[in-house]
Design a protein around this ligand. Structure first.
Ligand code: AMP
Ligand code: ZN
Length: 113
């Protein structure tokens, strides 16, 4: 499949891999928007959050809890961090394989713009 994140998951494109298990991989964003910017990506190809179904509930829960665990490991849990799902072009989604952004290590302003 012609999908950048599927190719990263398959090891065809290199990444700064931090974690992997049977459901997800976590790697550093190539164009970080904060000192800490990681991507939590399911092995399953789901194009956008609009395409997730009840069948994916446990997977999505695992993604969120893995992000929380990583935030604690990276010592940003107390100061604060942000989890972001960009969905479709109007929200800035550029890679159409869902991914949860973990951003932290600086003050994150609101609204995000
Ligand atoms: P989004 O705009 O929400 O679809 O996020 C896609 C993210 O993927 C962006 O933050 C990009 O910087 C990041 N990205 C694109 N190509 C790569 C890559 N080869 N390795 C790691 N991150 C990437
Ligand atoms: Zn994919």
């Amino acid at each position: 499949m012609d999908c950048l994140f599927c190719q990263i998951i398959e090891g065809k494109i290199p990444s700064d891999l931090l974690y992997q298990d049977d459901q997800i991989v976590i790697f550093s964003d190539i164009n970080p928007q904060a000192p800490i910017h990681k991507l939590i990506v399911p092995r399953k190809h789901i194009a956008t959050m609009n395409d997730a179904t009840a069948e994916d509930a446990a997977l999505i829960g695992h993604m969120v809890l893995s992000a929380q665990k990583l935030a604690k490991q990276l010592s940003i849990a107390e100061e604060g961090y942000r989890l972001v799902w960009n969905t479709n072009k109007g929200a800035g989604q550029a890679v159409f394989h869902i991914h949860l952004h973990l951003l932290g290590g600086r003050v994150l302003h609101w609204p995000p713009g």
